[in-house]
Design a protein around this ligand. Structure first.
Ligand SMILES: [Zn+2]
Ligand SMILES: [Zn+2]
Length: 153
């Protein structure tokens, strides 16, 4: 299963102007296909994960991203240089939502079952999440077999 244990995580935009690091425990990895996420990101579906603001900081040369107020209580952050869609901040929240796509190591952050606003998607768009424990199961079975995977000569 994917691990959501606290550790140093990093991410950033396409051009490197905006970078961040976070040490807290990720939570609520999920998908959203609402109209705002779609317009903002240019993608039909956005994968999100929350991280505590405690232990989070902007580390790139650009400092904070540029923010656009997308609703009464939410601002969305993007790189002013390259446009990467990076984060969303609810007013007064102690957490920041980050786009999983812009993490340096997104592999362990697998979205759960939550897929908001799925109903509005075009009928030809399907999102499926491969179960990581399936792949890991195969790997551990191979390991138990005792033979290392050696290529035939
Ligand atoms: Zn950038
Ligand atoms: Zn959304």
């Amino acid at each position: 299963m994917p691990t959501l244990a606290p550790k140093l995580r990093t991410g950033g935009c396409l051009c490197g102007h905006i970078r961040w690091e976070a040490t807290g425990k990720p939570s609520f990895p999920h998908l959203c296909s609402c109209g705002q996420c779609r317009r903002w990101s240019g993608a039909l579906t956005v994968a999100w994960v929350d991280l505590p603001l405690d232990g989070f900081r902007w580390t790139g040369p650009g400092g904070e991203p540029a923010f656009f107020r997308s609703s009464d209580r939410t601002r969305r952050g993007h790189c002013p240089a390259c446009g990467s869609a990076l984060c969303a901040l609810d007013d007064g929240s102690d957490r920041i939502a980050l786009t999983i796509a812009t993490l340096d190591e997104p592999d362990p952050i697998m979205p759960g079952r939550q897929h908001s606003f799925r109903d509005g998607l075009p009928p030809w768009w399907r999102v499926s999440i491969e179960k990581q424990h399936g792949r890991r199961g195969k790997a551990s079975a191979a390991a138990k077999g005792g033979k290392p995977p050696v290529a035939s000569p």
